[in-house]
Design a protein around this ligand. Structure first.
Ligand code: ADP
Length: 492
């Protein structure tokens, strides 16, 4: 079991060209502990001048003939594996750092860091397996494709899974030979800054990975707008994602991949295994204090089991142990990330009460220190309500009654989002029909929140563009080049 001791903070600077440096402006910002609302530490604050400096370093690292560009693909794979080894060596420290910075319970941080390590190992294995094709074109040509790295990749990540989101972005970019400027979220920069120290420790060439803690409209926008950055990988809200992609495409047609919001449906059919469904529906919304883009935030329950199902959901939610991650290993739910998120969630809860949804449990902030919210369950949630339409990103479950399969497909798809969906049933016809008809990039049957390095992650509609993880994710980090070589056809 990972330690329950709050860690010492070792690094607080920007990481550019393999050096820890102060920001050009000399400005710093405070990182707050969400369990108390008090500062943990001040870190250097990147802005445009620092993005320019990092882009120069990255450009040098990507020059033809550079150490990075000339490195054997298999050697690149070894470096990525060394990063995974270094993370493993610091596993306990990284788990504690993530829990301190984000507030998530220790077992959840452990899951995140271990998953991040698996992501690096998975993509390390791809480095020497990225192949083009030879093509039978007309005429006397030898024709083949090459999958080349895109170049400098700007990566902007959120605060809900700080290290995991870093791994999903950095690992495939390195595996395909790109160079990186990564901006962690301003709320949670600590694991990314520590990760940067490992990049240096294992010997990556300078400029290949640069990490710039800072704010969205300043450091983030400077990445979005930089002319030498060729690709933008963004995870965050749909509102900001749409805006940054439009800007990035407008300026220099950056390749954009976006992982955005969700309002994912869970459908429980009358024949479902009730115990299994209750546990999955519970974790489906309350995991990470509800701060998960694939949260099952609209729960559709068949009318035959609706009343009993709600009773069991409430019983399960009331068993949730809410508290500071360092209190005990059995804490299930930590605080929300910030005062801003707390206020937004409380406002949405109020809207539910006003708009006529039925409150079964929770509905309030817990205490006044930190940003804790009671596990909350509403039923009788209607399509017109904000609870139905808006991404809450908090521990708020909305339950909806349905009668027929046709009705529930229409209701489930009645959203601008299309990230994930799940179905609980033992009936083959139900699960095949529903999983085919649901508009979502990921469908789970008899489970929720299942992720794997080898399976693509991403959404339909306004939940994003492109995929992460798996071979599909890898493809988003290469450009395809076709080469035609003219040759003679006679045997001389
Ligand atoms: P959330 O609402 O979950 O905080 P955001 O979309 O605001 O999500 O933030 C996700 C990431 O996008 C963070 O790293 C944040 O700093 C960054 N970001 C926010 N606004 C901008 C912006 N205008 N330009 C570039 N990045 C931004």
């Amino acid at each position: 079991m990972a330690t329950l001791k709050a860690p010492e903070i070792k690094f607080t600077q920007l990481f550019i060209n393999n050096e820890f440096v102060d920001s050009a402006s000399g400005k710093t910002f405070e990182v707050l502990n969400p369990t108390t609302g008090k500062p943990i530490v001040a870190v250097q604050e990147a802005d445009k001048a620092d993005v320019d400096k990092a882009a120069k370093a990255a450009k040098n690292a990507f020059e033809p003939g550079s150490v990075w560009r000339s490195m054997n693909a298999s050697t690149r794979g070894r470096y990525i594996n060394k990063l995974a080894d270094a993370m493993e060596k610091n596993l306990d420290y990284m788990i504690a750092l993530e829990s301190l910075d984000n507030g998530k319970p220790i077992p959840q941080s452990q899951f995140d860091i271990e998953f991040s390590i698996r992501v690096f190992r998975y993509f390390a294995g791809w480095t020497d397996k990225i192949t083009g094709k030879t093509l039978k074109v007309d005429g006397d040509y030898f024709c083949y494709t090459r999958h080349e790295p895109v170049g400098i990749c700007g990566q902007i990540i959120p605060w809900n899974f700080p290290c995991l989101m870093l791994s999903w972005k950095v690992a495939p970019a390195l595996a395909t030979g790109n160079v990186i400027i990564l901006k962690p979220a301003e709320q949670t920069p600590l694991s990314a800054i520590f990760f940067a120290s490992l990049v240096k420790e294992v010997g990556f060439p300078p400029g290949v990975v640069n990490v710039l803690p800072g704010f969205g409209p300043t450091a983030g926008m400077a990445i979005v707008e930089h002319p030498d950055i060729r690709k933008l990988a963004f995870t965050g809200s749909t509102e900001i994602g749409k805006m940054v992609a439009a800007r990035a495409i407008d300026l220099n047609l950056k390749r954009c991949t976006l992982e955005l919001g969700g309002k994912s449906p869970i459908i429980v059919m009358p024949d479902a295994d009730i115990d299994q469904a209750i546990q999955s529906c519970h974790v489906g919304i309350f995991l990470n204090s509800g701060q998960v883009c694939t949260a099952g935030s609209r729960l559709f329950v068949h009318e035959d089991i609706y009343d009993i199902f709600i009773d069991l959901l409430v019983k399960r939610a009331n068993e949730n142990k809410v508290g500071c991650p360092f209190e005990s290993h059995s804490i299930d739910q930590g605080p929300q990330i910030s005062k801003e998120q707390l206020d937004k969630i409380l406002d949405l809860i109020e809207s539910g009460k006003k708009e006529g949804a039925k409150l079964h449990c929770g509905g309030n902030q817990i205490g006044t220190e930190g940003y804790f919210v009671e596990p909350t369950i509403f039923s009788e949630v209607k399509p017109s309500m904000r609870l139905w339409r808006e991404e809450i990103f908090g521990p708020v479950q909305s339950v909806i009654k349905f009668k027929t399969r046709k009705e529930v497909v229409d209701l489930a798809n009645d959203t601008q989002y299309g990230l994930a969906a799940s179905v609980f049933t033992k009936n083959i016809d139900d699960y095949l029909t529903l999983s085919n008809q649901l508009q979502a990039g990921m469908v789970w049957v008899n489970d929720h929140h299942v992720f794997d390095t080898v399976a693509p992650f991403g959404g339909f509609k306004m939940s994003g563009m492109g995929r992460e993880l798996s071979e599909y994710g890898l493809q988003q980090y290469t450009e395809v080049k076709v080469v035609f070589v003219k040759h003679g056809s006679e045997a001389k």
